[in-house]
Ligand binder design. Sequence first.
Ligand code: NAP
Length: 296
Amino acid sequence: MQNNLKGMGIAVLGGDARSLIILEELVASGAVVNTAGLPADVLPAGVHYFSEPEACLAGVSAVILPVSGVNDKRQLYCPMTSQPLTFTSELAVCFPPDIPIFTGVAGPYLSKIAAESGLRLIELMKLNEVAILNSIPTAEGAVQLAMEMLPITIHGSCAFVLGFGRIGATLARLLSAMGASTWVVARRPEHLARITELNLMPVPFAEMSRYLGESDMIFNTIPVPVLTGEVLDKVSSGTLIIDLASAPGGVDFQRAASIGVKAILAPGLPGKVAPKTAGRILAKVIIRLLYEEMAG
Ligand code: NAP
């Protein structure tokens, strides 16, 4: 990473292993980096540790919050410390005015505080650039789960991917490259055409139930209820369902359990299976955006 944020003050509040990578990359870019909500003994060299978030914020030109933002208990995601940071409107007024505040997905509480306090939130997961790159560790993590949970190989299996967006497209290509017979459910004609072009099996959304009985594994990426009770009744009991869509997901988990179909919700895979890669993806985009801000 180039030395392109030289002298810029940046505060990183809370976060997980991805934040440590972001800290490393920011220091390598020449930024002056303060942090709170991460353990002092794991911080990369050159990072200034603070026990209180307010003290971190003086004079900074940007703040980086955890990817998962703030939970409904008003806590910043700080799984590496025993004392999570609380994000209040009092803390929000300590932010220097008009600086960019990065998070992954804001959620209702942070969005509300940001609107009330005039914070300039940038939700990284909403940027296509981030979502597409992030689909790589997500797809690999999903395949890893399937390999761990099923007694068969991916090669020679029958895999269904529901949705052909950022994650669906990456995952379908990965499964096919590993030798799975890969069926992809989509609703848009142009997506069905692209699925055909990729030598994958296209399934129109409305016809999904007719085919799912053949599946060994189903990966859902559609963030609305798709695997409803009625659809699940067509799925064989040995099939594994991995729901990648954001909570509450797209699967009727209760119904799946009642008919003996194993179904799991698998959120936050990039941070779990590849924190270094996921941190680098975020750092690269944050540094580019900050460099553009500096350049005016
Ligand atoms: P995306 O690019 O927006 O793709 C979503 C797909 O769902 C598209 O194919 C879309 O079809 C389809 N879809 C949406 N609403 C639909 C409906 N009502 N009926 C039928 N199809 C519908 O999203 P993504 O980036 O792939 O992410 C997918 C989900 O995974 C999101 O919930 C995201 O937050 C989550 N996610 C999970 C992880 C993880 O680790 N599990 C990581 C990152 C993201 P159209 O194109 O026709 O609208």
